[in-house]
Design a protein around this ligand. Structure first.
Ligand code: FES
Length: 211
């Protein structure tokens, strides 16, 4: 049965704005939805002085609603300062699309989470973190939910390949129950370092393979 999408949702789905990958962005994030397992990537180019979002792009690995909300949040965020963009909510994105069927609301939550994670990545890369909460293993695991295990197309936590995480004096050690010879070992290592290293109190990330 076809879902009752608004005209606007269909229009953004068919012609998504600001879609695609950005080369050398100032910040980026990949966010996954716990509800459906889909993912969205958000890339930002931010003016260093005014902290205004000059350019934003997204890639969706999700459904029609996620493509449409990804598209609308890029329109809502472009030209705003990062402080202003942080206040964009999924309710606002949904409203701007003329509504979404209730079963599809999590798709707009995913798009907004992607935007917020990209802003957080910008703040961390640029020393703008307001609340300096010490990083612990729980926080590292939370962020590893954003690293894909390409072998199965799901994140590292859900695929249970993270066997240990230790955080001590600025050094984060992540142990994976994977072989270092596996086809994707290098990609996974690089992605982990990319996600964890920008955290304000992390100096070094060590990724070990235990198989
Ligand atoms: Fe997964 Fe829409 S069903 S993002």
């Amino acid at each position: 049965m076809a879902l009752p999408y608004s005209e606007l949702v269909m229009e953004h789905f068919r012609n998504p704005r600001n879609v695609g990958r950005m080369e050398e962005p100032d910040a980026k994030a990949i966010e996954g939805s716990p509800a459906c397992g889909d993912m969205v990537a958000v890339y930002l180019r931010v003016d260093e002085e005014s902290h205004r979002i000059d350019d934003i792009k997204f890639e969706s690995y999700g459904c029609a609603s996620n493509i449409a909300t990804g598209s609308i949040i890029t329109e809502l965020a472009k030209g705003k300062t990062i402080e202003e963009a942080k206040t964009i909510s999924w309710e606002q994105a949904t409203q701007a699309l003329g509504g979404l069927p209730p079963v599809k609301v999590h798709c707009s939550v995913l798009a907004v989470d992607g935007l917020r994670a990209a802003i957080q990545n910008y703040e961390e890369r640029h020393g703008l973190v307001a609340e300096e909460i010490p990083t612990d293993a729980v926080e590292v695991r939370r962020r590893l939910k954003r690293v894909m295990n390409p072998e199965v197309g799901l994140d590292l936590i859900r695929t249970r390949v993270v066997s240990d995480v230790e955080v001590s004096e600025g050094v984060v050690r992540v142990v994976l129950s994977l072989s270092e010879d596996s086809q994707f070992a290098n990609n996974i290592r690089e992605e982990i370092i990319e996600k964890i290293e920008p955290i304000w109190d992390v100096d070094e990330v060590i990724v070990e393979f235990e198989e």
